[in-house]
Design a protein around this ligand. Structure first.
Ligand code: FE
Length: 209
């Protein structure tokens, strides 16, 4: 296909690698959007770079404040976008984001069985295993076994809820607050929170001091 148009290619910024098969189609879609003044390729690239630059540190701020501030927890449960905004995370209006409480009675774990839907504005890019066919296929069939491979034992008498993300709705797990974390500041609490605990494949422990 001729390749004389001037814009960048957000899906393959490293031109030393072969471009994926869908890239030519994406080029044409971007060109139409650009030609119609709907969206420029530069805007698409900037959005990708913004999301790629985010890290689980953003999500940890939400979790720490949920543990520390009951009013904020109420807000996060009803409007996670607004709650994220309150801790300085710029959120898109779409898709919907939902907080899942892990408690003594129920443990949530998140997957996207179809592809790799993930709360990128809050956690950054997903880990490689999250996108793997192995994880996506198995966690819905044998979740206790999969979690055990992450070192997480969920007792048989505890409900284990596997939640399937979609393009329209993304989930953030609120891990159980670690025992022994009373009196910590929000900053200290945030330091305890891991990416995997916010996906639900691990639980949190207070570090031994
Ligand atoms: Fe997906």
């Amino acid at each position: 296909m001729p390749h004389d148009h001037p814009h960048d290619h957000p899906v393959s910024r490293d031109h030393s690698e072969p471009r994926p098969a869908f890239a030519a189609l994406l080029d044409q879609v971007l060109k139409v959007l650009d030609d119609k003044d709907i969206l420029t390729t530069a805007q698409v690239t900037a959005q990708i770079e913004d999301m790629d630059g985010r890290t689980p540190t953003e999500g940890a701020k939400i979790i720490a404040r949920c543990w520390d501030d009951p009013d904020y927890l109420d807000l996060a449960r009803t409007d996670l976008q607004a709650a994220a905004g309150q801790v300085g995370i710029a959120m898109p209006a779409y898709p919907k984001f939902v907080l899942l409480d892990n408690t003594g009675d129920v443990h949530h774990v998140v997957v996207c069985t179809l592809c790799s839907c993930y709360p990128r504005p809050i956690l950054g890019p997903p880990p490689v295993w999250y996108k793997s066919r192995n994880y996506r296929a198995r966690v819905v069939v044998e979740p206790r076994d999969v979690l055990a491979e992450f070192g997480t034992t969920v007792p048989q008498d505890k409900k284990l809820q596997v939640v399937d993300s979609t393009a329209d709705c993304r989930y953030l797990v609120l891990p159980e607050r670690p025992a022994g974390s009373d009196g910590m500041t929000q900053e200290q609490l945030a330091g305890l929170v891991t990416r995997d605990s916010m996906i639900g494949v691990t639980r949190l422990n207070v570090p031994v001091t």
